[in-house]
Design a protein around this ligand. Structure first.
Ligand SMILES: NC(=O)c1ccc[n+]([C@@H]2O[C@H](COP(=O)([O-])OP(=O)(O)OC[C@H]3O[C@@H](n4cnc5c(N)ncnc54)[C@H](O)[C@@H]3O)[C@@H](O)[C@H]2O)c1
Ligand SMILES: [Zn+2]
Ligand SMILES: [Zn+2]
Length: 403
């Protein structure tokens, strides 16, 4: 079958590889009908999340049809249409029963302390071959797969594989309450759905901060107040807009590839920290492979952490869903401590977050398809990555088709 394979930083190829097979009674095989490219995938190719193993198939977002199941899989049978959750979980251990399925004690083959097990990630996360392929082996299928109702199309279901649950989870981590004023850093697809989630969880006002105008326009379409960090200082803008108090809650939907302002009043401040940011980049990305405008690591890994702490009110709440690899060590902890902040973070507990969101989509209350901007056949996947990585205008979310 065809699959997108990670060969090194800046080196991904559409290869012909062996079809997957059932290796464990809890496995299923799924024929992928739609997969998607995520901002998380970019970290691995830019090198800002290190530790990938050559030969790993990339991708952790997909929907498809079950073609085979292992003996222990009772909930699914060949022919079933399914959402594949990005993270795997056993459903049996203490963490799973508490709903903390991203920290399942069983799924990660590196042991209970190894943390989240997800498709197409670094060695410490499995590694488990990913979903940007024609077929995939799904470990712990009973818990990792979710049925798609008949009235939900594959197109509507693809954002339920990772993005919508992650963004909803981010709003929950930020403890959104009725009436809250919220800042969402990052207006990529995760930020967009974090805006949607924050409003649906009760926020009355949401600020979206990014440096890409077209993405801010999409945030504006959702009734967010927008701040372009290349023309305004987000700290000044948010403090002014909140009568000097700060926002009640922040969602970080950027992560380690954060960039610093290239123009405007915030650029000079960021420039003063250039040395610190460079040090952070060398820690998080020991290997890089920049090719022209492609695969360039973000030049300010802690920029969003700093802005989050500076713009949230005293006793405010921060939810971090933007991904930071284990080698990222800097965070403005002193400033956060002295404001009595609550900071929660992590990988999405897909299995426990997703089911009610499927109902939101099935009932027509929320249609995620409006956020999908590109459809590409898997044969063009490398080009699609190059465009998305360069943040080409309009490339917010790419769905890959295999039919
Ligand atoms: N926790 C989870 O389970 C989970 C799941 C999916 C994705 N993620 C993470 O969410 C993040 C966003 O994913 P995406 O697909 O939307 O990625 P993306 O790359 O499309 O979007 C990131 C956005 O952040 C913006 N940005 C860069 N620097 C910024 C700054 N200083 N301030 C504000 N905005 C800034 C970029 O312009 C871009 O629009 C990534 O880090 C990804 O790894 C986490
Ligand atoms: Zn993703
Ligand atoms: Zn478990």
């Amino acid at each position: 079958m065809k699959a997108l394979v990670w060969h090194g930083e800046g080196d991904i190829r559409l290869d012909t590889v062996d079809d997957p097979a059932i290796l464990d009674p809890n496995d299923a095989i799924v024929r992928i009908t739609r997969s998607a490219i995520c901002g998380t995938d970019l970290h691995f190719i830019r090198g800002t999340m290190s530790g990938m193993k050559e030969g790993t198939i990339l991708g952790h977002e997909a929907v498809g049809e079950v073609t085979a199941v292992g003996k222990a899989v009772r909930r699914f049978a060949p022919g079933d249409r399914v959402i594949v959750s990005s993270t795997m979980s056993c459903g049996v251990c203490w963490q799973c029963r508490a709903g903390h399925t991203a920290q399942c004690d069983t799924a990660n083959p590196n042991g209970p302390q190894a943390g989240t097990c997800f498709f197409g990630g670094p060695e410490t996360t499995g590694p488990v071959n990913g979903l940007q392929a024609e077929y995939a082996r799904i470990p712990w299928a009973s818990n990792t797969l979710t049925s798609i109702p008949d009235n939900v199309s594959d197109e509507q279901a693809i954002l339920l594989s990772d993005i919508f649950p992650t963004s909803w989870f981010g709003a929950q981590l930020a403890g959104i309450q009725r009436g809250d004023t919220v800042a969402v850093y990052g207006a990529g697809i995760v930020g967009q759905l974090a805006i949607a989630s924050a409003f649906r969880q009760g926020a009355s006002r949401v600020f979206a901060i990014d440096g890409i105008e077209t993405r801010l326009v999409q945030a504006l379409d959702q009734n967010a107040d927008v701040v372009n960090f290349n023309s305004e200082d987000p700290v000044e803008a948010l403090m002014e807009a909140t009568a000097g108090i700060g926002v009640d809650a922040v969602i970080d939907a950027v992560g380690v590839d954060a960039q610093r302002p290239s123009s405007g009043p915030a650029a000079a401040k960021a420039e003063e920290q250039a040395e610190q940011f460079e040090q952070e980049v060398s820690e998080v990305a020991p290997e890089t492979n920049v090719q022209g405008e492609n695969w360039v690591p973000g030049n300010a890994p802690s920029q969003v952490s700093q802005w989050s702490v500076e713009t949230v009110r005293k006793y405010g709440r921060i939810g971090i869903i933007g991904v930071y690899g284990p080698t990222m060590t800097s965070y403005p902890i002193g400033q956060a401590m002295n404001k009595n902040l609550t900071i929660r973070m992590g990988n999405c507990d897909h299995r426990s977050v997703t089911p009610p969101l499927v109902d939101l989509v099935a009932s027509g209350v929320f249609d995620p398809t409006r956020f999908i901007t590109q459809h590409e056949p898997i044969s063009d996947v490398v080009d699609a990555y190059l465009n998305f990585d360069r943040r080409e205008e309009g490339w917010l979310k790419t769905v890959l088709t295999t039919d």
